[in-house]
Design a protein. Structure first.
Length: 328
C-alpha cells in the first residue's frame, strides 16, 4: 500500500495566499522543526512570504541550532489576515499552545501523520497515519509540484525522518516507499553519518552522568516485564535541563531481554512527578497514561502527577498489576 498523495485541495491552498504562517506542536522535535524549515524554504522559493512560529520549549539538542529562525510569539493585532496558515505534525491548533487563540480564524491546512482523534483543523487536510514522519509528507508535497528538495531542504527532511524513526530502527509501516523517498534525499549529498552525528552524537559529558545516575536506580517488577527507573528532586535539580537527555535511556532499557515496558519517574518538584512510559512492541502504555490523566501513543506515553516519587510509584505499580494480571 502506498502513502496517500497530497490532495489537490492542498496544492490549491498553497497557491492561494501571498504568505503563510507555519506552526507545529509545542515541545518541538526534529520532525516538527525539520518539516517547518523545509516547507518554509520551499514556499519562499515559490515567491511566498513565510513566518515560522514555534511555542517551544526548546529542549532537544538536535533542533537547538535552528531556534533563531522561529518566532515564539505574535500579537493578535499583528496577524496578517491575507496570510494562510499551515499546521504541521499535529492535527489541531490546540497543540500549539498560545498560538491557538492568536491564529484562530485564518484559513488553514493541516499536514500530519498522527492518527486523528476527533476533528482536525480546517478543511484542507493531508493526514496519513502510515507515514513514519511528517517530513516524508512534506517531501511528497514538494515533489507533487514537480520540484525536488534543495540540499538544505533535504537535510531538514532527513533530520525529521531520522528522529521520528529512531534512526530507522522503528521504521515499520511503508518502509519500502520511505526508503525510496530517503534515497532521493541522499542523492542531494545528505549522508546518514552527518545526520546521525547531529541527532544522536555530541551529547555532553554531564548528560552521561545523568544517565548513569538514572540507570543505577533500575528495578525489575513483574518478573522483569517492567523496568522502573527514577530520579528524586534533589538530584534532578543538580542537572541543567540541557543535560537531561532521556532518549538513550529508553534505548538501553527496552532492549533488555523480557522487558515489556519501561517507566521513568522524574520528581521535578517536591509535589510534581513526570512519568514517561515506553514499550518495545505490543503493550499499550498509552492506556495507563490516559487513566492517570496523560496521553500518548501505544509505545510512548506519559503523564504528570502531583504526588511525590514514592506515592507516584505505588500508583503506577497498581496500574501495571491490573495490566499484567499479577503482583509486582
Ligand atoms: Mn512527527
Amino acid at each position: 500500500m502506498a502513502l496517500l498523495p497530497p490532495p489537490a485541495s492542498l496544492l490549491l491552498f498553497l497557491k492561494r495566499y501571498p504568505g503563510y504562517y507555519i506552526v507545529a506542536h509545542e515541545e518541538p522535535d526534529g520532525d516538527s522543526i525539520g518539516s517547518q524549515l523545509a516547507f518554509a524554504s520551499f514556499l519562499r522559493r515559490r515567491g511566498k512570504q513565510v513566518i515560522l512560529l514555534s511555542p517551544g520549549p526548546w529542549q532537544r539538542k538536535e533542533i537547538a541550532p535552528y531556534r533563531s529562525f522561529f518566532r515564539d510569539t505574535l500579537s493578535k493585532p499583528d496577524v496578517d489576515l491575507h496570510f494562510g496558515l499551515v499546521v504541521l505534525d499535529c492535527a489541531s491548533l490546540s497543540r500549539t499552545a498560545h498560538f491557538a487563540s492568536i491564529l484562530e480564524g485564518l484559513d488553514s491546512a493541516v499536514i500530519d501523520h498522527h492518527q486523528l482523534n476527533g476533528m482536525g483543523q480546517g478543511i484542507v487536510q493531508y493526514i496519513e497515519p502510515n507515514s513514519p514522519s511528517t517530513t516524508l509528507l512534506i517531501q511528497k508535497v514538494i515533489e507533487s509540484f514537480g520540484e525536488s528538495p534543495t540540499p538544505e531542504e533535504a537535510r531538514y527532511l532527513f533530520l525529521g525522518f531520522a528522529t521520528d524513526t529512531g534512526f530507522f530502527r522503528h521504521l515499520e509501516t511503508e518502509a519500502s516507499e520511505s526508503l525510496e523517498l530517503l534515497s532521493r534525499l541522499a542523492s542531494k549529498g545528505i549522508t546518514p553519518k552527518s545526520i546521525y552525528r547531529e541527532t544522536f552524537g555530541n551529547y555532553s559529558f554531564e548528560s552521561r552522568r545523568y544517565l548513569a545516575k538514572i540507570l543505577s536506580t533500575m528495578e525489575p517488577y513483574f518478573q522483569g516485564k517492567l523496568l522502573l527507573t527514577h530520579i528524586l528532586h534533589e538530584e534532578y535539580q543538580t542537572f541543567g535541563s540541557e543535560h537531561r537527555q532521556s532518549d538513550p535511556l529508553y534505548q538501553l532499557l527496552l532492549s533488555v531481554e523480557g522487558c515489556e515496558a519501561v517507566a521513568f519517574l522524574r520528581e521535578e518538584e517536591p509535589r510534581k512527578t513526570s512519568v514517561s512510559l515506553r514499550s518495545p512492541s505490543t503493550l499499550n502504555v498509552a492506556a495507563i497514561a490516559q487513566k492517570l490523566g496523560g496521553g500518548g501513543h501505544k509505545n510512548a506515553a506519559g503523564y504528570i502527577t502531583s504526588l511525590p516519587y514514592q506515592e507516584a510509584k505505588t500508583e503506577l505499580l497498581e496500574q501495571f498489576r491490573w495490566l499484567f494480571g499479577m503482583d509486582p
